[in-house]
Design a protein around this ligand. Structure first.
Ligand code: ATP
Ligand code: ZN
Length: 650
């Protein structure tokens, strides 16, 4: 019998009889190794533990200690899911698309026919069947088949047929078999179904076949799997917490905003409750800026396309821009993707002198970016957004000072919102892909070094990220975590030597010459209203501090007829003080109405009956507390005003 030689990762070489299986190779080394080996790789390709090795080469065993083994486990669990569904009468005729592992688990795309949609209610039954197949401990075996055989094998599964037909002519086709179930597969699977012990189906969502919107919508069933019960449990807990925090769920439960295909993808509608939160943030930040010598303006969301040709957006940022509107008279209008050119036009409107600098122009600027539909998420990634934008024009020697003062102001704002979990990112040009950026090596070197120096001077920790700069200059990004564990930029401060060149901006210097070039700083302190509100929703889990809460005081009369007038008087008193109050008019059990105010997370609930009315008092319950407190109506008003004035500071 022919011999093959295997080269092991540690450099050892051994010869075996051709046809030996990886499981036997592992056993020949150590029984314990065989026990924890999940799969093998020969010359970089997966070979199942039970599949014969017909040639030699670089050989590697993958054990449960290798990170890759989790992908193998999850990939195998997706096959187990398909097999289990096929065994259940309801899904016996399901068609399957692809079923890969993903970052945190796996999915399988399924087409169950109109009347047989799979839902989370089906999960227990499917999981029970999966467990049964695990008990059967079916060996998982792979082998190559011819294209004709493959087409015959999968003839009842149209998606698989499409996949087979799309494979290049010379590509070998392999299948994985476990019991009665067969999968089109490239390998990377556990030795038998008995290995898959700790798994869970987590959700199901619609998904276009092959991600293309003119294809059929399949049902994507998501699940996850781990090597031990504790890891699975911890992961499920993380998922539950994320779901509870997800701003899209809270936004729906608290009537804050919605998005719909009817209105358009990525174009959120702010409902009264969400609009109130946003208005509070807007008023807060505009006041803060006015107090810091910003000049607030309003500029158009649409501009002549030429403006973005001059700025360079048209060359460097076009794929994020909506197509221009041809007005038919030679003019092309463009929805702005950034506000910088608009603020530059404000700068250019008048001659500027060194005495005007730093000149700080700010706006709640609405802008439009054509984000990919797959990236759109609730309020945190949208196509229409309003940025708390500002552009400061400074003399070159004022740049570092201005940068530091913007950063200080940003950190003061974070304190008011009690945002503490963030990190600083210095975003540089990608040295490997300079075509994406304005071409001026010296400028990049200089401004990146300046940014770093300012941060070092302030003694702040940061990390550096090549490739994350704006096309016109490097930036400081403030990175925060989302409920789903991702990281996002909330605030940003950017240095820019280039747009002043492109627009030929000048100021009159002390020498009386109007030929001095200012430098620009672009900055967004709370960022876009959309992303910031999403962030606040997740951070507070919908229980907003009083100054942001859509409704601050819910007033419940014990009896509408008897106490309604008093309740309205209290409401008016609070409203006159600038507070947001509402009188409950529903007739229902007191306990129910109080609970309802709690689920809406209203900071204060007042109960008003005879006693309160006779003594001009209110009985107060704070959100999340059981105890109540009685006080005069005026004392209550002062209490809430004080709470509001404190923002979210702790
Ligand atoms: P990202 O990398 O997140 O796409 P960016 O670097 O393109 O953002 P900037 O041009 O710096 O973003 O925009 C300023 C701010 O606008 C960002 O700090 C971010 O908070 C916010 N922002 C950017 N894109 C979106 C979007 N699609 N939806 C909501 N907010 C956004
Ligand atoms: Zn800008």
């Amino acid at each position: 019998m022919a011999e093959i030689t295997l080269n092991f990762p540690d450099g050892a070489q051994k010869s075996y009889e051709a046809g030996i299986k990886p499981i036997e190779v592992a056993s020949s080394i150590a029984k314990s190794l065989a026990k924890k080996s999940v799969s093998a790789k020969l010359n970089g390709h997966y070979v199942g533990m039970n599949d014969p090795l017909t040639e030699g080469g670089d050989f590697q065993l993958i054990t449960t200690a290798d990170e890759e083994s989790l992908d193998i486990l999850r990939h195998s669990t997706s096959h187990l899911l398909a097999q289990a569904m096929r065994r259940l009468p309801k899904f016996a005729h399901a068609h399957f698309g692809v079923g890969p592992f993903i970052e945190n688990g796996f999915y399988y795309d399924t087409d169950n026919g109109a009347g047989n949609q799979v839902s989370v209610e089906d999960f227990p039954e499917i999981e029970a069947m999966m467990k049964k197949i695990v008990k059967e401990d079916l060996p998982i075996l792979s082998h190559e088949i011819s294209r004709a055989e493959a087409l015959e094998t999968f003839k009842d599964d149209p998606y698989k047929v499409e996949l087979i037909n799309d494979l290049p002519e010379d590509e070998p086709i392999s299948v994985a078999v476990q019991g009665e179930h067969i999968e089109l597969d490239r390998g990377g699977l556990v030795p038998s179904t008995g290995w898959i012990k700790h798994f869970k189906l987590v959700s199901v969502a619609g998904s276009y076949w092959r991600g293309q919107s003119d294809n059929a919508v399949l049902q994507r069933v998501y699940g996850t799997a781990f090597w031990n019960a504790e890891d699975l449990e911890a992961d499920l807990q993380r998922r539950a917490e994320a779901k509870e925090r997800d701003h899209r769920n809270i936004g729906r439960d608290l009537d804050l905003f919605f998005t719909s295909q009817k209105v358009g993808s990525g174009l959120p509608v702010w409902l009264p409750n969400g609009a109130t939160i946003r208005r509070q943030v807007e008023r807060y930040i505009v006041d803060k800026e006015l107090a810091n010598d910003y000049l607030h303006v309003y500029t158009p969301v649409l501009s002549n396309l030429n403006l973005y040709k001059t700025s360079g957006h048209w060359d460097h940022y076009r794929e994020d821009m909506f197509p221009p509107m041809d007005m038919g008279d030679g003019e092309f209008l463009e929805l702005r993707p950034m506000n910088c050119p608009s603020h530059i036009s404000v700068y250019q409107h008048k001659p500027r002198s060194y005495r005007d600098l730093p000149l700080r122009i700010a706006e709640l600027g609405m802008m439009h970016r054509y984000e990919k539909s797959g990236a759109l998420t609730g309020l945190s990634r949208v196509r229409e957004m309003t940025l708390n934008d500002g552009h400061t024009f400074v003399a070159p020697d004022q740049l570092e000072e201005e940068f530091k003062s913007i950063l200080k102001m940003t950190m003061a704002v974070y304190e008011d919102f009690n945002i503490t979990d963030y990190r600083f990112r210095l975003s540089y040009r990608d040295p490997e892909n300079t075509a994406k950026y304005f071409d001026d090596d010296e400028m990049w070197e200089k401004s990146q070094a300046q940014l770093k120096r300012a941060m070092d001077d302030m003694g702040l920790d940061y990390f550096e990220a090549p490739g994350e700069a704006a096309f016109y200059g490097p930036k400081l990004d403030i990175q925060t975590k989302t409920a789903l564990g991702g990281e996002e930029t909330l605030s940003t401060i950017q240095l820019d030597f280039l747009l002043p060149e492109r627009f030929d901006l000048t100021y009159v210097g002390e020498d009386g010459q109007d030929n001095h070039r200012p430098v620009m700083l672009h900055r967004g302190i709370v960022g876009t209203m959309e992303r910031f509100t999403a962030y606040l929703i997740e951070m507070y889990k919908g229980a907003f501090p009083t100054w942001l809460a859509p409704l601050q005081v819910q007033i419940i009369p014990v009896n509408n007829g008897a106490h309604g007038a008093y309740a309205n008087k209290i409401k008016q008193k609070l409203q006159e003080a600038g507070l947001r109050a509402n009188v409950e008019t529903k007739e229902a059990k007191m306990g129910y109405l109080i609970r309802e105010a709690q689920t809406k997370k209203v900071p204060y609930t007042l109960v008003l009956g005879d006693d309160e009315q006779d003594n001009q008092t209110v009985t107060v319950r704070r959100y999340g507390q059981q105890e109540t407190e009685k006080m005069s109506a005026d004392a209550f008003k002062d209490l809430v005003l004080k709470d509001v004035a404190n923002y979210s500071r702790v």
